[in-house]
Design a protein around this ligand. Structure first.
Ligand code: NDP
Length: 244
């Protein structure tokens, strides 16, 4: 019996790292993919320390060459990719009236185009195997909007549309495509927020705390499992109740 292989983008930190560790404990071999090879290696070492299998690839999802190279390397080494977690993402916040074109372009290119490019790399092998799980990390902001985040909200809402279209295209091959929409999660991405903004966000969370990366990893692990075989085209909100 083979281990299933999970390829996680942006796995060097935060939600991606927690997802890599969680899927490894669930028996998946992990491909740790992000731009910084040293940080990837640190996560791979953590995985191996709990007896998991990990390989690392350099991946910049804004570069088609890098995407092609990273997936070719993983497929050569592992011969299959069963689970793709499109987690790499950034924010470049600002009010739309003053938003620089470069900030709009970068966020859409990285968060949305990047996920699509990665999906195109895994589909042939998933279709051949007639099994696959694609999990896109969207955001509560893609569902509810957020002032000052037009680019980020558009990219995360775009991921939801992509999820639903692809779920319909791929269902006949037993490939499920779902999104997870986190609320506010304690990672480097949110650590930079001023304390008063954090407190304001917290006051809008019925469960009364920020999420942990592990809260998101648990949802991804479920969607990657056999137990989730009949769930596709779904957006799973993991947000402490801040948007229902
Ligand atoms: P972090 O900023 O902690 O980590 C981002 C990850 O993305 C890092 O591994 C980073 O690599 C990687 N990355 C950045 N640029 C690229 C690139 N060009 N190609 C490949 N990988 C890249 O973010 P979070 O863990 O907080 O967020 C993970 C995902 O969850 C994102 O998509 C984010 O939008 C989403 N999300 C987060 C929420 C939160 O509150 N934190 C809420 C809702 C959604 P490196 O270490 O090299 O920089």
């Amino acid at each position: 019996m083979f281990n299933r292989v999970a390829f996680i983008t942006g796995a060097s930190r935060g939600i991606g790292r927690a997802t890599a560790l969680s899927l490894c404990r669930a028996g998946f071999d992990i491909v740790v993919a992000s731009p910084e090879i040293e940080r990837n290696e640190e996560v791979a070492a953590e995985i191996r320390a709990c007896s998991g299998e990990a390989m690392t690839v350099n991946l910049d999802v804004t570069s088609l060459d890098s995407v092609k190279e990273a997936f070719a390397k993983a497929l050569k080494d592992k011969s299959r990719i069963d689970v793709l977690v499109n987690n790499a993402g950034i924010a470049r916040d600002g009010l739309a009236v003053r938003m620089k074109q470069a900030d709009w372009d970068l966020v859409l290119r990285l968060n949305l185009d990047g996920a699509f490019l990665c999906i195109q790399q895994v589909l042939p092998s998933m279709m051949k195997n007639r099994w696959g799980r694609i999990i896109n990390i969207s955001s509560v902001v893609g569902q509810a909007g957020s002032a000052g985040q037009a680019n980020y909200a558009a990219s995360k809402a775009g991921l939801i549309g992509l999820t639903k279209a692809l779920a319909q295209e791929m269902a006949s091959r037993s490939i499920t495509v779902n999104a997870v929409a986190p609320g506010y999660i304690a990672t480097d991405m949110t650590n930079v927020l001023p304390e008063d903004v954090k407190q304001k966000i917290l006051s809008s969370v019925p469960l009364g705390r920020m999420g942990r990366p592990e809260d998101i990893a648990a949802a991804v692990k479920f969607l990657a499992s056999e137990d989730a075989a009949y769930i596709t085209g779904h957006v799973l909100a993991v947000n402490g109740g801040m948007y229902m």
